[in-house]
Design a protein around this ligand. Structure first.
Ligand code: PLP
Length: 393
């Protein structure tokens, strides 16, 4: 089969590869603990499910406008006003089939072949692939623990060229859990304004912030910065709604219109029932969001304490999202594995604990553990990792 060049350049998702191996072991009857998941383990709150049922029972089973139901766009406008004090018009909003699809529509509408997009490593696996799917060139800028995995304007200065069209910022970050402060965002925003770069601000983990940390949207920094920003967000992580597939993009009305045209010829519209559910998510009580945030924070604190006592793993404490991202280079070395990916593979075979190697996030010395699973499971997994280390040192 002669596939398109476009499809041939795409790297399969590393997160899905480990999940497939874990599922295979599970099917063979092994007691596998998966810490690979990128989704909350909680059920969608009941009032949201009820709203969806009511919508279906009332006959809301037809197509909607491509950019989404007016009532949902209005709910998103109000959410941005309420949470970020940002004023937008519904013409600035497109609802998509998940934040991932909102990003896809954005790259298809904004990137031409040869355009460069700055991506900060460690990055979420889909950014480089989506840029490549649009014919763009991902320009990776590495960050590391010495600066809390945060980029500096100095680094951006070295990466920018006359082909650069956009920068992606993801705060709180998947996989590192780091959060940019307002001051840091102001500096990055000013740089993007100076170089006329579109700022793609992926805020999907907005509601999952811990301790004294606070989520700030880069669009809040100034009106000038806001005009050059597209906010990406959705209900997947905040409201435990990964399977409903509702996300959105908010930004320049002309760009949103172009994205709507692309959507109109690909998906037509996000699933109607899911849009009704999302209206309830944004307009209804936010109490379940708070409860889930509190549960995640408790897990983070316990898991972090145990994990940092495991020999060979070092980790800076995440500030948000639901991942731990320790450096496992030493763990691989002292147990005799050539690299972290092999160490992860051995851990799965021997102790039946599934982690995601950092390779797919552009950080091969690291490993990602999701704490979007029960505390019992997390503690059991960590004790198995500890045993694995002791048995192999
Ligand atoms: N952005 C980041 C950083 C993510 O981690 C994810 C999901 O894993 C998404 C976007 C996509 O979310 P959605 O389920 O809304 O497509």
């Amino acid at each position: 089969m002669k596939l398109s060049k476009r499809a041939a350049t795409i790297t399969p998702s590393s997160t899905l590869a480990i999940t497939a191996k874990a599922n295979h072991l599970k099917a063979e009857g092994h007691d596998v603990i998966g810490l690979g998941a990128g989704e909350p383990d909680f059920n969608t709150p009941k009032h949201i499910i009820d709203a969806a049922m009511q919508a279906v029972n009332s006959g809301h089973t037809k197509y909607t406008p491509s950019a989404g139901l007016p009532a949902l766009k209005q709910a998103i406008v109000e959410k941005l006003q309420r949470d970020q004090n940002l004023q937008y018009d519904p013409s600035n909003v497109i609802v998509a089939s998940g934040a991932k699809h909102a990003l896809y529509l954005l790259f298809q509408s904004y990137i031409d072949p040869g355009d460069e997009v700055i991506i900060l490593s460690p990055y979420w696996v889909s950014y480089p692939e989506q840029v490549k799917l649009a014919g763009g060139i991902p320009v990776i800028v590495d960050t590391d623990e010495s600066n809390q995995f945060k980029v500096t304007v100095d680094q951006l200065q070295k990466a920018v060229s006359n082909k650069t069209k956009a920068l992606i910022i993801n705060s709180p970050s998947n996989p590192t859990g780091m959060i940019y402060t307002k001051q840091e965002l102001e500096a990055i925003g000013a740089f993007c304004v100076e170089h006329n770069l579109l700022i793609i601000s992926d805020e999907i983990y907005e509601k999952l912030v811990y301790g004294q940390n606070r989520h700030v949207s880069i669009a809040e920094c100034s009106d000038e910065i806001r005009k050059q920003t597209v906010i990406i967000n959705g209900v997947s992580k905040s409201h435990a709604m990964t399977g409903w597939r509702i996300g959105y993009a908010v930004g320049d009305a002309e760009l949103i219109k172009a994205m709507t045209n692309v959507a109109s010829h690909s998906t037509s519209n996000p699933a109607t029932v899911s849009q009704y559910a999302a209206i309830a998510a944004y307009n209804g009580t936010q109490e379940p969001v708070k409860q889930m945030q509190e549960a995640f924070e408790e897990r983070l604190n316990k898991a972090y304490e145990t994990l940092t006592q495991i020999p060979g793993l070092t980790c800076i404490k995440p500030q948000g999202a639901f991942y731990l991202f320790p450096n496992a280079k030493k763990a691989a070395e002292v147990t005799g594995y050539a690299n972290v990916t092999e160490w992860v593979s051995a851990l799965l075979s021997e102790e039946k604990v599934a982690l995601v190697p950092g390779e797919g996030f552009g950080a091969p010395e690291y490993v990602r553990l999701s704490y979007a699973t029960s505390l019992d499971q997390i503690e059991e997994a960590l004790s198995r990792i500890n045993r694995f280390m002791k048995n192999h040192m």
